[in-house]
Design a protein around this ligand. Sequence first.
Ligand code: NCD
Length: 322
Amino acid sequence: MRHLLDTQHLSRAEALEILDVAEDMADTQRREVKKLPTLRGKTVVNLFFEDSTRTRISFEAAAKRLSADVINFSAKGSSVSKGESLQDTAQTLQAMGADAVVIRHGASGAPRTLATSGWITAGVVNAGDGTHEHPTQALLDAFTIRKRLFGDDSRGRDLDGIRVTIVGDVLHSRVARSNVWLLHSLGARVTLVAPPTLVPQDVRGWPVEIDYDLDHAIAAAPDALMMLRIQLERMNAAYFPTEREYSRRYGLDARRLADLPTDSIVLHPGPMNRGLEISAEAADSPRSTVLEQVTNGVSVRMAVLYLLLAGERSDTEKEDLR
Ligand code: NCD
Protein backbone atom coordinates (compact mmCIF):
# COMPACT_ATOMS: atom_id res chain seq x y z
CA MET A 1 0.00 0.00 0.00
CA ARG A 2 1.44 3.34 -1.05
CA HIS A 3 -1.17 5.75 0.45
CA LEU A 4 -4.49 5.50 2.30
CA LEU A 5 -6.66 8.29 0.90
CA ASP A 6 -10.20 6.91 1.07
CA THR A 7 -12.26 3.75 1.47
CA GLN A 8 -14.18 4.27 -1.77
CA HIS A 9 -11.26 2.84 -3.73
CA LEU A 10 -10.18 0.28 -1.13
CA SER A 11 -10.93 -3.29 -2.21
CA ARG A 12 -12.44 -5.90 0.10
CA ALA A 13 -9.10 -7.77 0.10
CA GLU A 14 -7.12 -4.63 1.01
CA ALA A 15 -9.56 -3.77 3.78
CA LEU A 16 -9.43 -7.30 5.21
CA GLU A 17 -5.64 -7.23 5.13
CA ILE A 18 -5.63 -4.02 7.20
CA LEU A 19 -8.19 -5.45 9.66
CA ASP A 20 -6.27 -8.70 10.05
CA VAL A 21 -2.92 -6.97 10.57
CA ALA A 22 -4.73 -4.79 13.12
CA GLU A 23 -5.72 -8.00 14.95
CA ASP A 24 -2.02 -8.91 15.15
CA MET A 25 -1.25 -5.41 16.41
CA ALA A 26 -4.02 -5.63 19.02
CA ASP A 27 -2.45 -8.88 20.29
CA THR A 28 0.87 -7.11 20.78
CA GLN A 29 -0.90 -4.35 22.71
CA ARG A 30 -1.94 -6.82 25.39
CA ARG A 31 1.71 -7.56 26.21
CA GLU A 32 3.45 -5.85 29.10
CA VAL A 33 5.88 -4.16 26.73
CA LYS A 34 3.73 -2.65 23.99
CA LYS A 35 6.49 -1.27 21.84
CA LEU A 36 7.65 -3.03 18.66
CA PRO A 37 10.92 -2.22 16.83
CA THR A 38 9.25 -2.45 13.39
CA LEU A 39 9.48 1.17 12.21
CA ARG A 40 12.73 2.14 13.89
CA GLY A 41 14.43 4.88 11.89
CA LYS A 42 11.25 5.95 10.08
CA THR A 43 9.68 9.37 10.58
CA VAL A 44 5.94 9.97 10.66
CA VAL A 45 4.67 13.54 10.45
CA ASN A 46 1.22 14.40 11.80
CA LEU A 47 0.09 17.37 9.74
CA PHE A 48 -3.11 18.71 11.29
CA PHE A 49 -4.80 21.76 9.80
CA GLU A 50 -8.04 21.11 11.74
CA ASP A 51 -8.60 20.55 15.44
CA SER A 52 -8.42 17.00 16.67
CA THR A 53 -7.91 15.21 19.96
CA ARG A 54 -8.33 11.50 19.53
CA THR A 55 -7.27 11.06 15.92
CA ARG A 56 -3.98 12.93 16.33
CA ILE A 57 -3.12 11.26 19.62
CA SER A 58 -4.12 7.89 18.20
CA PHE A 59 -1.78 8.25 15.20
CA GLU A 60 0.97 9.46 17.53
CA ALA A 61 0.52 6.46 19.85
CA ALA A 62 0.40 4.10 16.85
CA ALA A 63 3.63 5.46 15.34
CA LYS A 64 5.44 5.45 18.70
CA ARG A 65 4.40 1.88 19.53
CA LEU A 66 6.06 0.89 16.24
CA SER A 67 9.20 2.84 17.26
CA ALA A 68 8.90 5.48 14.52
CA ASP A 69 9.92 9.06 15.26
CA VAL A 70 6.91 11.36 15.33
CA ILE A 71 6.74 15.03 14.44
CA ASN A 72 3.49 16.78 15.32
CA PHE A 73 2.62 19.78 13.27
CA SER A 74 -0.52 21.80 13.83
CA ALA A 75 -1.46 24.74 11.67
CA LYS A 76 -2.13 27.01 14.62
CA GLY A 77 1.05 28.83 15.59
CA SER A 78 2.85 27.64 12.45
CA SER A 79 3.78 29.48 9.26
CA VAL A 80 0.45 28.33 7.81
CA SER A 81 -1.11 31.15 9.80
CA LYS A 82 1.32 33.42 7.92
CA GLY A 83 -0.17 32.15 4.67
CA GLU A 84 2.30 29.40 3.78
CA SER A 85 0.78 27.06 1.20
CA LEU A 86 0.21 23.32 1.51
CA GLN A 87 2.90 22.85 -1.12
CA ASP A 88 5.56 24.78 0.82
CA THR A 89 4.61 23.15 4.13
CA ALA A 90 4.74 19.69 2.57
CA GLN A 91 8.06 20.31 0.85
CA THR A 92 9.56 21.55 4.11
CA LEU A 93 8.51 18.33 5.83
CA GLN A 94 9.88 16.28 2.96
CA ALA A 95 13.21 18.08 3.27
CA MET A 96 13.27 17.03 6.93
CA GLY A 97 12.96 13.39 5.89
CA ALA A 98 9.33 12.42 6.46
CA ASP A 99 8.55 8.82 5.44
CA ALA A 100 4.81 9.14 6.04
CA VAL A 101 2.53 12.14 6.33
CA VAL A 102 -0.75 11.84 8.21
CA ILE A 103 -2.88 14.78 7.13
CA ARG A 104 -6.13 16.28 8.42
CA HIS A 105 -7.36 19.22 6.39
CA GLY A 106 -10.54 21.27 6.07
CA ALA A 107 -10.55 20.97 2.29
CA SER A 108 -11.94 17.78 0.76
CA GLY A 109 -9.26 16.32 -1.52
CA ALA A 110 -6.20 17.86 0.20
CA PRO A 111 -4.65 14.43 0.99
CA ARG A 112 -5.03 13.31 -2.64
CA THR A 113 -3.43 16.54 -3.84
CA LEU A 114 -0.52 15.89 -1.50
CA ALA A 115 -0.17 12.28 -2.64
CA THR A 116 -0.37 12.95 -6.37
CA SER A 117 1.26 16.37 -6.73
CA GLY A 118 4.81 15.08 -6.81
CA TRP A 119 5.73 17.55 -4.00
CA ILE A 120 6.69 14.73 -1.68
CA THR A 121 7.68 11.07 -1.87
CA ALA A 122 6.27 10.11 1.55
CA GLY A 123 3.22 7.88 1.92
CA VAL A 124 0.07 9.87 2.70
CA VAL A 125 -2.65 8.87 5.15
CA ASN A 126 -5.92 10.79 5.17
CA ALA A 127 -6.91 11.57 8.77
CA GLY A 128 -10.06 13.44 7.71
CA ASP A 129 -10.50 15.86 4.78
CA GLY A 130 -13.40 18.29 4.89
CA THR A 131 -16.68 16.44 4.50
CA HIS A 132 -15.08 13.88 2.16
CA GLU A 133 -13.55 10.88 3.98
CA HIS A 134 -11.93 9.63 7.16
CA PRO A 135 -10.77 6.13 6.18
CA THR A 136 -9.02 5.05 9.40
CA GLN A 137 -12.16 5.91 11.37
CA ALA A 138 -14.24 3.60 9.16
CA LEU A 139 -11.61 0.86 9.46
CA LEU A 140 -11.61 1.09 13.24
CA ASP A 141 -15.41 1.05 13.24
CA ALA A 142 -15.47 -2.08 11.07
CA PHE A 143 -12.80 -3.64 13.30
CA THR A 144 -14.91 -2.86 16.38
CA ILE A 145 -18.12 -4.28 14.85
CA ARG A 146 -16.30 -7.42 13.72
CA LYS A 147 -14.70 -7.97 17.11
CA ARG A 148 -17.91 -7.44 19.06
CA LEU A 149 -19.96 -9.67 16.78
CA PHE A 150 -17.45 -12.46 16.09
CA GLY A 151 -15.04 -12.24 19.04
CA ASP A 152 -11.87 -14.31 18.61
CA ASP A 153 -13.16 -15.67 15.30
CA SER A 154 -12.88 -12.31 13.54
CA ARG A 155 -9.76 -12.90 11.44
CA GLY A 156 -10.42 -13.18 7.73
CA ARG A 157 -14.13 -12.47 8.10
CA ASP A 158 -16.05 -9.73 6.36
CA LEU A 159 -19.40 -8.26 7.46
CA ASP A 160 -21.58 -10.15 5.00
CA GLY A 161 -25.26 -9.62 5.84
CA ILE A 162 -24.58 -7.51 8.95
CA ARG A 163 -27.01 -4.60 9.22
CA VAL A 164 -25.54 -1.24 10.15
CA THR A 165 -27.66 1.87 10.65
CA ILE A 166 -25.91 5.27 10.60
CA VAL A 167 -27.85 8.09 12.23
CA GLY A 168 -27.58 11.87 12.17
CA ASP A 169 -25.61 14.56 10.41
CA VAL A 170 -24.71 12.55 7.32
CA LEU A 171 -24.46 15.71 5.22
CA HIS A 172 -21.37 17.01 7.02
CA SER A 173 -19.89 13.65 7.98
CA ARG A 174 -16.73 12.26 6.44
CA VAL A 175 -17.10 9.39 8.93
CA ALA A 176 -20.44 8.43 7.35
CA ARG A 177 -19.02 8.55 3.81
CA SER A 178 -16.01 6.39 4.65
CA ASN A 179 -18.24 3.95 6.51
CA VAL A 180 -20.73 3.63 3.67
CA TRP A 181 -18.04 2.60 1.16
CA LEU A 182 -16.14 0.32 3.49
CA LEU A 183 -19.19 -1.41 4.97
CA HIS A 184 -20.52 -1.98 1.45
CA SER A 185 -17.23 -3.56 0.32
CA LEU A 186 -17.32 -5.81 3.38
CA GLY A 187 -20.83 -7.00 2.53
CA ALA A 188 -22.81 -5.14 5.21
CA ARG A 189 -26.23 -3.64 4.54
CA VAL A 190 -26.28 0.05 5.39
CA THR A 191 -29.25 2.26 6.27
CA LEU A 192 -28.89 6.01 6.76
CA VAL A 193 -31.28 7.81 9.11
CA ALA A 194 -31.43 11.61 9.13
CA PRO A 195 -33.80 14.50 8.70
CA PRO A 196 -34.18 15.27 4.96
CA THR A 197 -32.12 18.45 5.44
CA LEU A 198 -29.09 16.43 6.59
CA VAL A 199 -29.13 13.89 3.76
CA PRO A 200 -26.61 14.74 0.98
CA GLN A 201 -27.94 15.35 -2.52
CA ASP A 202 -25.72 12.75 -4.17
CA VAL A 203 -26.95 9.98 -1.88
CA ARG A 204 -28.86 8.29 -4.74
CA GLY A 205 -25.54 6.97 -6.00
CA TRP A 206 -24.63 5.42 -2.65
CA PRO A 207 -25.18 1.74 -1.81
CA VAL A 208 -27.58 2.50 1.07
CA GLU A 209 -31.21 2.68 2.08
CA ILE A 210 -32.61 5.88 3.55
CA ASP A 211 -35.04 6.10 6.46
CA TYR A 212 -36.26 9.40 7.90
CA ASP A 213 -37.70 7.78 11.02
CA LEU A 214 -35.34 6.52 13.75
CA ASP A 215 -37.97 4.46 15.58
CA HIS A 216 -38.82 2.68 12.34
CA ALA A 217 -35.13 2.01 11.69
CA ILE A 218 -34.66 0.65 15.22
CA ALA A 219 -37.70 -1.62 14.79
CA ALA A 220 -35.85 -3.17 11.82
CA ALA A 221 -33.36 -4.56 14.40
CA PRO A 222 -29.92 -3.41 13.21
CA ASP A 223 -26.81 -5.26 14.46
CA ALA A 224 -24.99 -1.96 14.92
CA LEU A 225 -26.25 1.58 15.34
CA MET A 226 -23.73 4.33 14.61
CA MET A 227 -24.61 7.76 16.01
CA LEU A 228 -22.95 10.74 14.29
CA ARG A 229 -22.02 14.02 15.91
CA ILE A 230 -24.08 17.04 14.91
CA GLN A 231 -21.31 19.15 13.32
CA LEU A 232 -22.40 22.59 14.41
CA GLU A 233 -19.08 24.08 13.28
CA ARG A 234 -19.82 23.13 9.66
CA MET A 235 -23.40 24.45 9.71
CA ASN A 236 -23.97 27.84 8.19
CA ALA A 237 -27.75 27.55 8.14
CA ALA A 238 -30.58 26.13 10.24
CA TYR A 239 -30.79 22.43 9.35
CA PHE A 240 -33.30 21.59 12.11
CA PRO A 241 -35.75 23.68 14.18
CA THR A 242 -34.15 23.36 17.64
CA GLU A 243 -31.63 21.06 19.32
CA ARG A 244 -34.43 19.78 21.52
CA GLU A 245 -36.53 18.84 18.52
CA TYR A 246 -33.55 17.14 16.86
CA SER A 247 -32.85 15.19 20.01
CA ARG A 248 -36.47 14.13 20.34
CA ARG A 249 -36.64 12.77 16.79
CA TYR A 250 -33.09 11.60 16.09
CA GLY A 251 -31.35 11.26 19.45
CA LEU A 252 -30.55 7.88 20.99
CA ASP A 253 -32.18 7.98 24.43
CA ALA A 254 -32.89 5.29 27.04
CA ARG A 255 -36.20 4.29 25.47
CA ARG A 256 -34.77 3.78 22.00
CA LEU A 257 -31.77 1.97 23.49
CA ALA A 258 -34.19 -0.47 25.16
CA ASP A 259 -35.97 -1.02 21.82
CA LEU A 260 -32.78 -2.27 20.15
CA PRO A 261 -32.19 -6.04 20.00
CA THR A 262 -30.28 -7.16 23.13
CA ASP A 263 -27.05 -8.00 21.34
CA SER A 264 -26.83 -5.00 19.03
CA ILE A 265 -24.14 -2.41 19.66
CA VAL A 266 -23.92 1.39 19.62
CA LEU A 267 -20.98 3.24 18.05
CA HIS A 268 -20.01 6.93 18.09
CA PRO A 269 -16.77 8.30 16.59
CA GLY A 270 -16.45 11.03 19.22
CA PRO A 271 -16.44 13.72 20.32
CA MET A 272 -20.00 13.18 21.60
CA ASN A 273 -22.58 15.89 22.18
CA ARG A 274 -24.14 14.22 25.20
CA GLY A 275 -27.84 15.05 25.41
CA LEU A 276 -28.05 15.98 21.71
CA GLU A 277 -27.45 12.98 19.44
CA ILE A 278 -26.84 10.55 22.29
CA SER A 279 -28.00 10.48 25.90
CA ALA A 280 -25.68 9.71 28.82
CA GLU A 281 -27.50 6.38 29.40
CA ALA A 282 -26.81 5.30 25.83
CA ALA A 283 -23.23 6.59 25.78
CA ASP A 284 -22.30 4.83 29.02
CA SER A 285 -24.29 1.62 28.49
CA PRO A 286 -22.52 -1.75 28.08
CA ARG A 287 -23.66 -1.79 24.41
CA SER A 288 -21.72 1.37 23.71
CA THR A 289 -18.36 0.71 22.03
CA VAL A 290 -17.10 4.29 22.26
CA LEU A 291 -13.99 3.51 24.31
CA GLU A 292 -13.29 0.24 22.47
CA GLN A 293 -13.34 2.28 19.27
CA VAL A 294 -10.60 4.49 20.73
CA THR A 295 -8.49 1.48 21.79
CA ASN A 296 -9.02 -0.27 18.46
CA GLY A 297 -8.11 2.94 16.64
CA VAL A 298 -4.50 2.60 17.80
CA SER A 299 -4.25 -1.00 16.51
CA VAL A 300 -5.83 -0.09 13.17
CA ARG A 301 -3.49 2.90 12.69
CA MET A 302 -0.50 0.74 13.63
CA ALA A 303 -1.61 -1.65 10.89
CA VAL A 304 -1.95 1.15 8.34
CA LEU A 305 1.46 2.66 9.15
CA TYR A 306 3.01 -0.80 9.13
CA LEU A 307 1.56 -1.67 5.71
CA LEU A 308 2.59 1.73 4.34
CA LEU A 309 6.12 1.80 5.69
CA ALA A 310 7.18 -1.80 6.24
CA GLY A 311 5.05 -3.56 3.64
CA GLU A 312 8.07 -4.65 1.63
CA ARG A 313 9.88 -6.15 4.63
CA SER A 314 10.70 -9.83 5.00
CA ASP A 315 8.43 -12.53 6.37
CA THR A 316 10.73 -13.08 9.35
CA GLU A 317 10.15 -9.51 10.42
CA LYS A 318 6.43 -10.05 10.06
CA GLU A 319 6.80 -13.12 12.27
CA ASP A 320 8.15 -10.86 15.02
CA LEU A 321 4.66 -9.48 15.39
CA ARG A 322 3.23 -12.79 16.43
C1 NCD B 1 -14.70 12.68 13.55
C2 NCD B 1 -14.09 13.67 12.59
O1 NCD B 1 -13.23 14.46 12.96
O2 NCD B 1 -14.47 13.61 11.45
N1 NCD B 1 -14.05 12.57 14.77
C3 NCD B 1 -12.97 11.76 14.90
O3 NCD B 1 -12.11 11.68 14.05
N2 NCD B 1 -12.89 11.02 16.02
C4 NCD B 1 -16.13 12.88 13.72
C5 NCD B 1 -16.58 14.17 14.30
O4 NCD B 1 -15.83 15.11 14.48
O5 NCD B 1 -17.80 14.24 14.55
